[in-house]
Design a protein around this ligand. Structure first.
Ligand code: ZN
Length: 144
């Protein structure tokens, strides 16, 4: 493993990987999304509970590399309690970050910011964005 990749696996990422937040599955009335990233073998099973335009609860299950699982943990933590609109805005900020673009740093990113270094490793970007893509798909299912 290169020293650059060592730097990438920072403390925050490993903490989310080892102690994932919101692990599991919402049983009743949840939007369910399964997605995978075949290039790395990452799989995510995401359940979202959306009520009144707000993400009341978000849980994930799955397996994959530390970046994909840490990102899923951070994503569920970040979107829980947010409106769908706010969650989508956060997702688009995250994808700008992954593309190495200037992103809106007025948005509170907290732990998500620790993934910013992934943008330097194009092969890993899909690992980091998998959970966010699943969330975007999930909230789109809620529309009539
Ligand atoms: Zn991966």
């Amino acid at each position: 493993m290169s020293s650059n990749l060592d730097q990438l696996y920072r403390r925050v990422i490993m903490d989310h990987y080892k102690n994932p937040r919101n692990k599991g599955s919402i049983e009743d009335g949840a939007l369910t999304i399964d997605m995978n990233n075949p290039t790395c073998g990452d799989r995510i099973h995401l359940t979202l509970q959306v009520e009144d335009g707000k993400i009341q609860n978000a849980k994930f299950d799955g397996e994959g590399c530390s970046i994909s699982m840490a990102s899923a943990s951070m994503m569920t933590q970040a979107v829980k309690g947010k409106t769908v609109e706010e969650a989508l805005q956060l997702s688009s900020t995250f994808s700008e970050m992954m593309l190495g673009k200037d992103y809106d740093d007025s948005i509170e990113l907290e732990d998500i910011e620790s993934l910013s270094g992934v943008s330097q490793f194009p092969a890993r970007i899909k690992c980091a964005t998998l959970a966010w893509k699943a969330m975007e798909k999930g909230v789109s299912l809620d529309k009539d």
